[in-house]
Design a protein. Structure first.
Length: 105
């Protein structure tokens, strides 16, 4: 899977959402999250993020290593909806993201 890391927080450019062929990039309050079971590893999202927040799971920079787990755990309460568009904005964040000060990136 691919992972959205800290640079997305409070930026939420959403260019990645337009690129994803399986609509597996979900919007939380302060960040977006990639569904690890729905992502087909096409890689289309990674180059379009203007703040370079997206990484292949093996390439997440070490300061942001916890974001691999955070992206997965974001879906603990949502499951696998099979598409982000129908959910729209999901009014919560992973605790890792929620705990960041404003504009922490
Ligand atoms: Fe975030 Fe970059 Fe997508 S800022 S919403 S990961 S384009
Ligand atoms: Fe979508 Fe990016 Fe995965 S475009 S399929 S989230 S690699």
């Amino acid at each position: 899977t691919y992972v959205i890391a800290q640079p997305c927080v409070d930026v939420k450019d959403r260019a990645c959402v337009e690129e994803c062929p399986v609509d597996c990039i979900y919007e939380g309050r302060r960040s977006l999250y990639i569904h690890p079971d729905e992502c087909v590893d096409c890689g289309a999202c990674e180059p379009v993020c203007p703040v370079e927040a997206i990484f292949y799971e093996d390439d997440v920079p070490s300061p942001w290593a916890e974001y691999t787990r955070a992206n997965a755990e974001f879906f603990d309460r949502i499951g696998s909806p099979g598409g982000a568009a129908k959910l729209g904005l999901i009014e919560h964040d992973h605790p890792l993201v929620a705990a960041l000060p404003p504009n922490a990136q």
